[in-house]
Design a protein around this ligand. Structure first.
Ligand code: ZN
Ligand code: ZN
Length: 193
């Protein structure tokens, strides 16, 4: 479920400008982030809202912030990939010359609808969830942990493992690498004393 930005006026933000709620970039209030002392926006006051849009359609949202909203969980990505046609998937390259078939990252890019958001989604996914180095072998059927018959099925199995924690995401692997590096540094230090 995506959050909503709401406002009490038909135009402008006169009520929001004078209430204690934190404001979204558009000047409206995020329903999931109201101030408990506000007498206008918390649900229990049952006030009429006259403006609003889903947080992921906020006109002031930057491409990066939009991607972050999409990437908080894998739900929307899994749903999107489930809805793709099996024969719209390919292996070995990101997309076909005519653009009709894509690997996972080609589909992810398309989810962005325009190039800026496609790129933001792609790089955000690599930073938070899994890099191309982690996904390509699974997409292409070169990873024995994912023996499913098609690239779509292999990637979906992997996305569900990332979602459940059965597969480690980019952030967890970075932390492990860093801990390993620190342990190595310590050992080096001990040796030189
Ligand atoms: Zn408020
Ligand atoms: Zn907004």
């Amino acid at each position: 479920m995506t959050a909503l930005h709401i406002g009490r006026s038909f135009t402008g933000t006169p009520v929001e400008d004078n209430c204690p709620c934190p404001k979204a970039p558009c000047g409206l209030v995020d329903v999931e982030n109201v101030h408990p002392a506000c007498d206008q926006h918390p649900f229990e006051h049952a006030k009429t809202m006259r403006q609003g849009h889903p947080a992921d359609q906020c006109p002031e949202l930057t491409d990066g912030a939009w991607a972050d909203l999409k990437l908080g969980t894998l739900d929307s990505i899994i749903a999107y990939m489930e809805a793709t046609e099996e024969d719209a998937w390919r292996v070995d390259t990101v997309r076909s010359a005519d653009g009709t078939t894509n690997c996972f990252f080609g589909h992810l890019f398309n989810m962005g609808v325009n190039d800026a958001r496609g790129n933001a989604l792609w790089s955000g996914f690599e930073n938070l969830w899994a890099s191309t180095y982690m996904v390509y072998p699974i997409n292409d059927g070169a990873d024995s942990r994912y023996p499913q018959a098609t690239p779509k099925q292999r990637v979906l199995a992997y996305l569900r493992d990332l979602d459940s924690g059965a597969a480690k995401n980019t952030q967890q692997l970075l932390e492990e690498d860093y801990a390993y590096y620190l342990a190595g540094e310590k050992e080096m230090g001990a040796r030189t004393i």
